[in-house]
Design a protein around this ligand. Structure first.
Ligand code: ADP
Length: 210
């Protein structure tokens, strides 16, 4: 339950008081600010919930010593791929480029994962891969997807237990929009999910409500 929040002047002042005098009771903080304990209650609960202060029964409040950035970093270390994953949309490697385009529209996704007859990952096809194939003079209904896909072993993949922040860095580094989430087997990689820039944006927004 931590996040970077904009603190009010009064909350900043409370942090200063606790930093200098902690452990200190709510009553004592209130006295220093010439306010009642009841007035301070919401501020104190915001500051403890967001991790700036800690409270111990019968001891009082003390400063955790963590900056907003440190607290945000701690939250990011707790968000995993499995918390924000989507369903993978897969096509067989022998489907045509035409059919892949239809699947992309019908499923409303930007990347398709390509699998072989054993349902193991063999490639990835993006919107621009399909556009590129479409502007050539090719017959899209008879052009198989495995001719134009990015293929193994050049596929960047991830697992359910990977940290979302690490995936965000990989997407930026590699300039791609999506990663298949895979489970490793003796024969290859089974596709068990999908993680995209949209999932990461959702996680980012959710941080605000923590
Ligand atoms: P778009 O090409 O529509 O902008 P991407 O940026 O995701 O979409 O894809 C860029 C290129 O990288 C495409 O050629 C695509 O096949 C390839 N690609 C996409 N995702 C991956 C991945 N997870 N691993 C390897 N290559 C990928």
């Amino acid at each position: 339950m931590v996040r970077e929040i904009e603190l009010t002047k009064r909350q900043d002042r409370i942090i200063e008081i606790v930093k200098e005098n902690g452990p200190i009771t709510g009553e004592q903080i209130a006295e220093r600010l010439n306010l009642t304990r009841a007035t301070l209650r919401p501020d104190l609960s915001i500051l403890t919930m967001s991790g700036y202060l800690d409270a111990r029964p019968r001891v009082g409040y003390f400063y955790t010593g963590k900056s907003g950035n440190q607290l945000l970093t701690e939250s990011l270390q707790k968000i995993f791929v499995k918390d924000y994953k989507s369903m993978p949309i897969v096509v067989k490697e022998n489907v045509s480029v035409y059919d892949a385009i239809c699947t992309m529209f019908l499923e409303d996704v930007g990347s398709l994962f390509v699998v072989d007859h054993n349902s193991l990952l063999v490639g990835v096809v993006s919107r621009k891969d399909l556009l590129r194939a479409s502007i050539g003079n090719q017959e899209l209904t008879s052009l198989p997807i495995n001719i134009i896909m990015t293929r193994m072993p050049n596929i960047t993949m991830c697992e359910m237990d990977d940290l979302l922040i690490d995936i965000a860095k990989i997407l930026i580094d590699k300039q791609i929009d999506a990663l298949p989430i895979v489970r490793s087997t003796d024969k290859g990689f089974e596709v068990i999910g999908r993680i995209t820039k949209t999932n990461i944006t959702k996680a980012f927004v959710a941080l605000e409500n923590e």
